[in-house]
Design a protein around this ligand. Structure first.
Ligand SMILES: NC(=O)c1ccc[n+]([C@@H]2O[C@H](COP(=O)([O-])OP(=O)(O)OC[C@H]3O[C@@H](n4cnc5c(N)ncnc54)[C@H](O)[C@@H]3O)[C@@H](O)[C@H]2O)c1
Length: 435
């Protein structure tokens, strides 16, 4: 099929590339000229494992093209995917203005029947608004479908190519058949394509993110209780995860969830409730626990140093909001770095792939180093904010030799307290006894 993808960010680039890899002809469009120029030159604007190879191959085979011209992108295609951002408004509700400006532009550009597929996460009812807006701006016939995206950054290519399920909200049987044909190559593993009403599909996206965030905040609250009562959240987690009614996913305590989706979608869900005069007690609590969790970790660090924090050099391992991505958006690491800078500490960060984004956010306010041990040189402490695999088995002796003060604040519970105690470190982690 011939397809346009409007918005070539973390979702759009993976979606467009994944569709091309499965034999479709895809034109990815974005208003960001620098991003499109990079892609046209075969360079990746984001780090996502496995993506570059697929982009380059599909460009070479002429199934994948990049453009800044919407008219050109939507010419002669059957499907137009919308993958632009829906960031939070100041009040926490979802800002759908990028989606609607794209919809208006599509309406002006199309010269025949199109199926508009919305992948951007929008409040329930938005698809109907998209339909109304399109009807105002074009006399061409069209259908609108909602097809929420569930990929996770860091494993986005794999998630898109082998999804757990595909959700399609649609109210036209012919369009349903086209969506089934489009996604057939992705469902060879036997996973389902779930057809449902448009409003249910919109709600399903929020429900999934709200559930994932709830599991994380729940475990973080349990971790706080463990600290108060001398239990170990790692052991407690094993007891919980082994229960087949619960399962092991998304039960790791830490310094809270971040990224461009979970925090904003939980708040947007609460805002949707408010708009109908309802109260979402769980969503509000999930966000509050998340904020408190990050704050408690920061306070642990500040309490350790007290007045001595000014001028201390603190090493930070990991800056991205999760491993295997260079995305810093709303990441716990940024909150920690900001708080330590404000307290007067000097910060040296090592992250395997986020240097470009760190330079963009902090400029010369922090030092960024290319190797993890280099960050420890003369450091008065190490803060671990992202659980990159390469941090899991460090050489403690080498670390101790480099550091001025042997103290680790581990926001991801990577190490065993007794081992660090033996190596002469003070060690703070989450929901476990400190040594
Ligand atoms: N990032 C994720 O893991 C993820 C997962 C599932 C769903 N989502 C949802 O998907 C949507 C996109 O998220 P993202 O992370 O890819 O955002 P992003 O910020 O990485 O990408 C959005 C892109 O849209 C482009 N854009 C903005 N206005 C445009 C316009 N008028 N015309 C063309 N392009 C335009 C931007 O330049 C940017 O490149 C959001 O609604 C998000 O909630 C994200």
């Amino acid at each position: 099929m011939k397809i346009a993808v409007v918005g070539t960010g973390h979702v759009g680039l993976v979606v467009g590339t994944g569709l091309a890899e499965n034999g479709h002809y895809v034109k990815c469009m974005d208003i960001d000229e620098a991003k499109i120029a990079m892609l046209q030159a075969g360079e990746m604007p984001i780090y996502e494992p496995g993506l570059e190879e697929l982009v380059v191959r599909n460009m070479e085979e002429e199934r994948l093209k990049f453009t800044t011209a919407l008219d050109e992108a939507v010419k002669d295609v059957l499907l137009i995917f919308i993958c632009v951002g829906t960031p939070p408004l100041p009040d926490g509700g979802a800002d759908t203005s990028q989606v609607f400006s794209v919809v208006d532009a599509i309406g002006k550009a199309i010269d025949g029947y199109r199926i508009v597929v919305n992948k951007s996460t929008c409040p329930v009812g938005s698809t109907e608004e998209i339909r109304d807006r399109l009807a105002e701006s074009t006399s061409q016939s069209f259908d609108v479908v909602v097809n929420p995206e569930f990929l996770r950054q860091g494993s986005a290519v794999d998630d898109f190519m082998r999804p757990d399920r595909i959700v399609v909200g649609c109210d036209d049987v012919r369009v349903e058949e086209i969506m089934k044909e489009l996604y057939a190559p992705f469902l060879r593993t036997g996973k389902p394509l779930l057809l449902m009403s448009i409003r249910s599909a919109e709600m399903a996206k929020y429900a999934v993110n709200a559930m994932l965030a709830t599991r994380i905040s729940f475990m973080n609250e349990m971790a706080t209780l463990c600290e108060a009562y001398g239990a170990d959240i790692g052991e407690v987690r094993e007891g919980v995860a082994a229960d087949s009614r619960i399962g092991p996913a998304y039960l790791f305590p830490g310094i809270g969830f971040g990224g461009s989706c979970l925090p904003k979608d939980v708040v947007a869900c609460a805002k949707m409730a408010e708009a109908r005069g309802l109260d979402t007690h769980i969503m509000k609590a999930v966000s509050a626990v998340n904020r408190e969790q990050q704050q408690r970790f920061i306070e642990t660090i500040l309490a350790h140093y007290g007045e001595r924090i000014k001028g201390k050099r603190i090493a930070v391992w990991g800056a991205s909001f999760k491993p295997k991505t260079d995305d810093l958006r709303d990441g716990p690491a940024l909150h920690v770095i900001d708080a330590l800078l404000e307290a007067g500490a000097a910060i040296t960060v090592y992250d395997p792939v986020a240097d470009r984004n760190l330079a963009h956010v902090y400029g010369d306010r922090i030092t960024v180093v290319p190797k993890n041990y280099a960050a420890l040189q003369e450091a008065d402490g190490l803060v671990i904010t992202t659980e990159w695999n390469e941090f899991r088995r460090p050489d403690y002796e080498r670390m101790g030799d480099l550091m001025r003060e042997k103290v680790i604040f581990d926001g991801r519970n990577l190490y065993t307290a007794s081992v660090l105690e033996k190596a002469g470190f003070r060690y703070f982690s989450v929901g476990r006894p400190s040594v």
